[in-house]
Design a binder for this molecule. Structure first.
Ligand SMILES: NC(=O)c1ccc[n+]([C@@H]2O[C@H](COP(=O)([O-])OP(=O)(O)OC[C@H]3O[C@@H](n4cnc5c(N)ncnc54)[C@H](O)[C@@H]3O)[C@@H](O)[C@H]2O)c1
Length: 396
């Protein structure tokens, strides 16, 4: 494939939408990708108006169906290389499936879709069409998340005994949806959000963080889904106690009624030799604690292999990944850009007819998305049985 920038199409993102903005910045971050088309709103007239008012020229479409079907007729250098789905959860499955059938790669927002039936169909379709598919678990894109994964999976903390993975927010502590606030309205509606509100929205991030860093899976859980705000049909506080695939235990929890917490995603991992702490609100460092020694704080960009804790052979690829020296902070937008950069690499290989990995090591894949939905459904099931231990379904 030529070195031309990849062409990216957006599904959703008009009229004050939230997550489209970090995505479109991340797409343009390296100059090797650009937004060329979009279906920005469910109403075709508004979708076209919003595209007309986009800050740079793009091809506007009245619907994602139109955008996907028009793609086949475009000249090769104008065809979409991938789409980014940034619609509410109930509008993930249909555009994802249609894009896969039309031979377009997909980077879909989390949670993957509404239920396990849809998730299973998507896994099967991705395998059938052999197309790159990513799920936008943003926080895997922090360099420090990748570094934490290296520390844990290289065995530097010993055997993992205990993990506390959490995502705490306070923005839904009152009935914000009653004011018509767009993001709160669909997130608290089971038809649009899925079987769990808080768990689906941010509990899936906490689960993904645990799985990505430790390489462990949840095999059984006891869940409590609670609703503190009166009249809200979905949970706003989500707690699961989990048995892990290595015999360890974990708490995977999320809350949207914890006033004072903004986007407090964090993880503590305790192993037989030491423990590690990472927090997305301070994403430039990882803290490692070893028994009887002063705590060590590793800053992105200031890590020295062979320092007495880290071995000499920390992978060169990991060491090369930061984009700016330490002390010039990376954050949320850099994490999104790193996901797009890694997704682009797989899309370019795929387009060139070369093998591509899409193996979950650089961004979440469709199997990870499936696991998020399976986790939510298992938590809902367990909670309905007063927290009974409930096994996770077998992966497809
Ligand atoms: N990875 C993250 O950190 C992160 C953060 C926020 C949101 N999200 C996910 O991103 C998705 C969007 O969340 P948001 O907060 O940006 O929502 P939002 O309500 O701000 O934006 C959704 C957009 O989709 C549009 N839309 C709805 N139906 C459509 C259709 N049929 N065709 C075209 N456009 C349509 C809406 O008009 C709106 O522009 C959700 O799945 C959410 O879970 C992920």
């Amino acid at each position: 494939m030529s070195k031309r920038p990849l062409n990216v199409g957006l599904v959703g993102g008009g009229k004050g939408a939230f997550i489209v903005q970090p995505h479109q910045k991340a797409i343009h971050f390296d100059g090797t990708r650009r937004v060329t088309a979009a279906a920005l709103f469910p109403d075709p007239k508004i979708a076209l108006e919003e595209a007309e008012n986009w800050p740079y020229p793009i091809n506007g479409y009245g619907s994602y169906d139109e955008m996907i079907s028009a793609n086949a007729k475009l000249p090769e250098d104008q065809k979409l290389d991938y789409i980014v789905i940034v619609t509410p959860n109930h509008v993930h499955y249909d555009p994802a499936m249609k894009a896969l059938k039309a031979g377009i790669a997909v980077l879909c927002e989390k949670p993957l879709c509404l239920n396990l039936r849809e998730a299973t169909n998507l896994v099967k379709a991705v395998r059938k069409y052999e197309i790159p598919f990513g799920v936008a678990h943003t926080y895997l894109g922090h360099w420090t998340t990748r570094f934490a994964r290296y520390i844990v999976q290289a065995g530097l903390l010993g055997e993992i005994r205990w993990v506390d993975s959490y995502y705490l927010q306070g923005w839904l502590a009152t009935k914000l949806e009653a004011t018509g606030q767009m993001q709160a309205s669909w997130r608290t509606n089971p038809k649009l959000a899925g079987g769990s509100g808080c768990g689906g929205d941010i509990g899936t991030h906490a689960l993904m963080h645990l799985r990505y860093i430790t390489g462990l899976d949840v095999v059984q859980l006891s869940g409590q889904l609670e609703t503190f705000v009166e009249g809200r049909p979905l949970d706003d506080h989500f707690t699961t106690y989990c048995k892990l695939s290595n015999g360890g235990k974990a708490l995977v929890r999320a809350s949207q009624i914890s006033i004072g917490h903004k986007n407090d995603l964090g993880i503590e991992i305790a192993g037989t030799k030491g423990s590690l702490h990472w927090s997305q609100e301070q994403p430039e460092s990882v803290t490692v604690c070893l028994s009887g020694q002063p705590d060590m704080v590793y800053w992105r960009g200031a890590v020295t292999p062979g320092d007495g804790f880290l071995p000499k052979n920390v992978p060169a690829e990991l060491m090369a990944e930061p984009t700016v020296p330490s002390g010039h902070p990376e954050a949320f937008h850099d994490a999104y850009a790193r996901l797009h950069r890694c997704f682009e690499a797989d899309v370019r290989k795929w387009k060139a007819g070369q093998p591509f990995k899409c193996d979950g090591s650089k961004y979440a894949n469709v199997e990870d998305g499936w696991m998020g939905i399976a986790f939510i459904e298992t938590a809902v099931k367990s909670s309905k049985k007063k927290g009974a231990w409930t096994p996770m379904p077998k992966p497809v």
